[in-house]
Ligand binder design. Structure first.
Ligand code: FES
Ligand code: FES
Length: 161
């Protein structure tokens, strides 16, 4: 089957089988930032992408479900030469160790900060509850989320001046 969808701001035509997962399709078209950390059962969050701004697990999402929607993968946020403030905050806080969880964690953070620009500890915990990290112990990740929130807030204020 064929459908169109917007991925990272660009409309793309997708060819896939009706039963394929979004995870497989994204990897096939070269978006390798999406990771698999569990048995594709929605328990690790490494495959998180944003669908219309909300985090979803791409490993349990049928690809056709995203027809005519807006997808964001980690590649849509930034890269090493031009990182998004959230990516920069994770790097600066030491919240990226093996990095396997980072794309999903960062996208979940983006969805949180879009809705709660100054999140409480509970809101951070809730927003990241579906994303597992085996390396950092989460303290640095929470620091990164708070640092990113402060940076984005500052950027907003500077912009409004
Ligand atoms: S690969 Fe673990 S939730 Fe998708
Ligand atoms: S940095 Fe290794 S799993 Fe999170």
């Amino acid at each position: 089957m064929q459908f169109s969808t917007r991925i990272n701001g660009v409309t793309r035509k997708i060819d896939c089988e009706p039963y394929e997962t979004l995870f497989d399709v994204l990897r096939r078209i070269g978006l390798k930032g999406v990771k698999q950390g569990c048995d594709r059962e929605g328990t690790c969050g490494a495959c998180t992408v944003l669908l219309d701004g909300k985090p979803i697990f791409s490993c349990i999402t049928p690809a056709p479900k995203v027809a005519d929607r807006e997808l964001t993968t980690i590649e849509g946020l930034g890269d090493v030469t031009n990182p998004h403030p959230i990516q920069q905050a994770y790097a600066d806080a030491g919240a990226v160790q093996c990095g396997y969880c980072s794309p999903g964690m960062i996208l979940a953070t983006k969805a949180l900060l879009d809705v709660h620009p100054q999140p409480t500890r509970e809101q951070i915990a809730q927003a990241l509850s579906g994303n597992l990290c085996r390396c950092t112990g989460y303290v640095k990740i929470f620091d990164a989320v708070r640092d990113a929130a402060a940076t984005l807030q500052q950027e907003k204020q500077d912009h409004e001046r």
